[in-house]
Ligand binder design. Structure first.
Ligand SMILES: [Zn+2]
Ligand SMILES: [Zn+2]
Length: 93
């Protein structure tokens, strides 16, 4: 996926297009949606990372912009929590 930056400081525990390590904030994300939702701001400039642990952004309807959850490996997911995280844990073991 094109949104992943190379990071010289970290070796990804996983490879593949579901895994995204952010070379800017050094957090790990699973899934392109999760990655996208931690990048906020204007595409024309001023893009920035959001720390999921501190993300309190809400839409104009008052619902959270992102529903973050973190798996046992510390990787961030967005949306419904599901058993797929267990699969990813096995894959990286
Ligand atoms: Zn980031
Ligand atoms: Zn990194």
């Amino acid at each position: 996926m094109t949104t992943v930056f190379d990071c010289a400081g970290h070796v990804p525990t996983l490879s593949g297009n579901r895994y995204g390590h952010c070379a800017l904030c050094h957090l790990d994300f699973m899934g392109e949606t999760a990655w996208d939702k931690h990048r906020r701001g204007d595409h024309g400039g001023g893009r920035y990372c959001v720390d999921p642990a501190a993300d309190v952004a809400v839409t104009k309807n008052g619902t959270p912009v992102a529903r973050w959850w973190q798996d046992k490996k510390g990787r961030w997911h967005e949306g419904d929590r599901d058993v797929a995280a267990d699969y990813w844990d096995k894959e990286s073991a």
